[in-house]
Design a binder for this molecule. Structure first.
Ligand SMILES: Cc1ncc(COP(=O)(O)O)c(C=O)c1O
Length: 362
C-alpha cells in the first residue's frame, strides 16, 4: 500500500494495480525474457499490445469505426500545432474559445497558420469565472473547425456541456477529462489528450479523429506533424513512445475492470461533490472562484479566504499524506486533481483534513 495520496495535476497518480503490474513485468514482459522497454515496436508482441489498446479504447469510449485513433509523441502541446496545420484547409479560418491558459496556448499556435476568431472567452464577474453560454458566442459558420478546452486544468474551469457546431467540426482538448466521464464521440471531429493525467504516464498523446478530417495539411508541414502520416503507418511512422503506450494499455484494462467509463464517472461525481460540499459549507473559510455550472470534475481548485494560511494548509496536508496540493503558479491557492486513479478514500481523507483544518484555524 502506498502512503501518500497524490493530488498533483500531472504527471499524476496512477492506479496502484497498474504500477504493480508494470513492476512485475519489468524484467520479463509476457514471457519474452526482456523488458517491454527493450522490445521493438515492429515485433508481433508490441503490435498485439497496440491492437489491444486501440480495441480497449474503442470499447471504453464507444468510438465509431469512421474514427482513427493515434498514439503519438509530442504531448497535447504538439496537437496545438497539428490541429491547425491539418484541419485549416484552404480557407484557413477557425473559431476558438478562450477559457484560460491552455486555450491561449492553442490559440497562439493556431495563429501561426490561419485567421483565428475568438468566438468567446471566459468571463469574470465578482471574482467568479464562468464560460458564456453558446448563444453569446460569435461563431463563423464557414470556420474549418471550432476548438475548445473541455477542462482548463489550471483554474478548474470545465464546460460540462458539448458545444453544438452543426456542420463545423468540433476539436476538443480533453487532456484532463478523457475517460473520466462518458462522451458521445460522434459529436466531435477530433479529440486529443496527453496521457499523464487520466491515461497513463507522460510521453504519449491519444488522438481520435474522424477520418474525413485527415486532409492535406498546410504547405511545408513536416511529415511528423501530418495526421496523414500516422494514418498511413498506423502510428508507427517512427519509433513510438513504447513504454508510455504500454502504461496506457495497462490503464485501459484497469479501467475496464472498474466497470468502464460510466462506472468511474459515478465515482468521480461523488469525489468532486464531496470536496465542493466542504468548500460550500465552510462559511467562507474556503472559496471556489468558479461558477457552479463550470466547476471541474477532475481539477478542484479553491482558495483559503485568509491567504496567509495557504502555505500552512499545504505543508500540514503533505505531512498527513495528502501531497502536491499547491495550486498552479499562475493561479495560486489549492488544487486537488482527482482523476480516475484517485480512490474515494483519498478524497475523503482530504475532505476530512479540510474540515479539521478549518476547525482549528477558522
Ligand atoms: C488542458 C491541457 N491541455 C494541454 C496540456 C499540455 O499537455 P502536454 O504538457 O502534454 O503538452 C495540459 C497539461 O497540463 C492540459 O492540462
Amino acid at each position: 500500500m502506498r502512503k501518500v495520496y497524490n493530488f498533483g495535476a500531472g504527471p499524476a497518480m496512477l492506479p496502484e494495480a497498474v504500477l504493480l503490474k508494470a513492476q512485475k513485468e519489468m524484467l520479463d514482459w509476457k514471457g519474452t525474457g526482456v523488458s517491454l522497454m527493450e522490445i521493438g515496436h515492429r515485433t508481433p508482441e508490441f503490435q498485439a499490445l497496440a491492437d489491444q489498446s486501440e480495441a480497449d479504447l474503442r470499447e471504453l469510449m464507444a468510438i465509431p469505426s469512421n474514427y482513427k485513433i493515434f498514439f503519438l509523441p509530442g504531448g497535447a502541446t504538439a496537437q496545438f500545432s497539428m490541429v491547425p496545420m491539418n484541419l485549416l484547409g484552404i480557407n484557413k479560418k477557425a473559431d476558438y474559445i478562450d477559457t484560460g491558459v491552455w486555450s491561449k496556448k492553442a490559440i497562439a499556435e493556431a495563429k501561426r497558420f490561419g485567421d483565428i476568431n475568438i468566438a468567446a472567452a471566459a468571463c469574470e464577474e465578482n471574482g467568479i469565472l464562468s464560460i458564456p453560454e453558446q448563444d453569446e458566442w460569435k461563431l463563423n459558420p464557414s470556420a474549418a473547425y471550432l476548438h475548445y478546452t473541455a477542462n482548463e486544468t489550471i483554474s478548474g474551469l470545465e464546460f460540462q456541456w458539448v458545444p453544438d457546431t452543426g456542420n463545423v467540426p468540433l476539436a476538443a482538448d480533453m487532456t484532463s477529462l478523457m475517460l473520466a466521464q462518458p462522451i458521445d464521440v460522434s459529436q466531435f471531429g477530433i479529440i486529443y489528450a496527453s496521457a499523464q493525467k487520466n491515461l497513463g504516464q507522460a510521453g504519449v498523446t491519444i488522438v481520435i479523429i474522424r477520418d474525413d478530417l485527415i486532409r492535406e495539411p498546410v504547405a511545408n508541414t513536416p511529415a511528423t506533424y501530418m495526421y496523414k502520416t500516422y494514418q498511413k503507418y498506423d502510428s508507427f511512422y517512427n519509433t513510438p513512445p513504447t513504454y508510455s503506450w504500454y502504461i496506457s494499455s495497462l490503464v485501459l484494462s484497469w479501467l475496464k475492470e472498474q466497470g468502464g467509463v460510466e462506472a468511474i464517472y459515478k465515482v468521480n461525481q461523488r469525489k468532486a461533490a464531496r470536496l465542493y460540499a466542504v468548500i460550500d459549507e465552510s462559511k467562507g473559510f474556503y472559496e471556489s472562484r468558479i461558477a457552479v455550472k463550470n466547476r471541474s470534475l477532475c481539477s478542484v481548485s479553491f482558495y483559503l479566504k485568509n491567504d496567509a494560511l495557504t502555505e500552512q494548509f499545504i505543508s500540514e496536508a503533505h505531512e498527513a499524506g495528502l501531497a502536491y496540493l499547491k495550486g498552479h503558479r499562475f493561479a495560486g491557492g489549492i488544487r486537488a486533481c482527482i482523476y480516475n486513479a484517485m480512490p474515494e478514500e483519498g478524497v475523503n481523507a482530504l475532505a476530512d483534513f479540510m474540515l479539521d483544518f478549518a476547525k482549528r484555524n477558522g
